[in-house]
Design a protein around this ligand. Sequence first.
Ligand SMILES: [Zn+2]
Length: 398
Amino acid sequence: MPAGHNRKPLQQKNIDYMQIRPRVSFVFSLVFLFLFHFEYAFTQEEKSGNQYLFNDSHFHLTNYIQEGISTQKLLELMGNKVGRSTVFGIPLQQQWSYANSGDFAPDYYLETDAPLYYYSFTDAFIAMEYKSLTKKQQARLDPMITGFNPSDMYGVKHIERVLRTFPGVFTGIGEFSIHKEFVSSKVSGEVASLTNPALDSILNFSGKVGLVVIIHNDVNFPMASDEMKPVYLDQMLDLLKRNSGTTIIWAHVGLGRIVRPFGRIVRPFSNDGATTPSGVRLPSQVEVLEDILQDPDLSHVYFDLSWDEVAKYIVASEESVENTAKVINRYPDRFLFGTDVVAPPSEDRYLAVYHMYQSLWDVLTPEAKEKVTKGNYSRLFDAAQEQVRAWEKANLNK
Ligand SMILES: [Zn+2]
């Protein structure tokens, strides 16, 4: 009886076990396959960056008084929306002149008449922020050197010193400014110029090392007439041509808050600004842009679409969106998106510029949109990283 009593449940148990085991292992296999597949799919997706909205080719971690957010905070803001980002401060510090604004502490260059000065410590600050991160976190960021004076023949020495002091950190230089509305004229000391050999030595050295260059240079002075040739256009093109071995991103396509796209009003004109009966007219910004994009001597030049102040021109009308999209669709390898936000306090503020460009994203071809928002960043900055690390390896102990 005890045996019989025991046998039945035992048998029952055995039968159940025999029946369940294949099912269990089948389910386990499914779960394993699913997890493996998911893991594989995720890493592939992660590698291609497809799940992200964009990579950010223009980002300021700190502001004009060298304050901002940490790289940890930046990575939080990037989250699963932004894949990779450049990281730079601002090379200029706004002086708080008590004589000028008293107890009011300005944190933007428009808030006081006091001068700005070059603040080299920004590079050490950015480097230390980057070095505080894990390798995995670092892989999403490309720090840039900005704390040099581009009108100083010793400026290039600063860049080299930063590379030697912080090997394995930097991918490029910039954003730095030559002509910038409201800013250039406020900088203490010699005014920067596109014709200064100090600038050539910086661009030349960057080419040798493989550093990507992000240069801000307004193509014209503020509020200029639509019927004049932009003052700095030829100087800029000459500079770019003299430095063909360097990867150069011309920030904001040469525009600013009040440096507007030129040639919007199409009227006959002559070089001295007077209208002529011959019907000669100034090429528009888009036409000049196309000339640059077609020129084999300028194939090392790229443009960033960044800054809300520039987005406003592009999204101003259906026509301006269409004209911009046409050029980008024709030359999708030559444009990069960047936010140009400064130390954003929230995700909304961080992503706002990307959303401002939405009407442009809507009319780009899928290929162009992918390249402008992500692909071109990866291509240029991966290549630069590789070259800069190689230069450091070859030169650091000399
Ligand atoms: Zn900027």
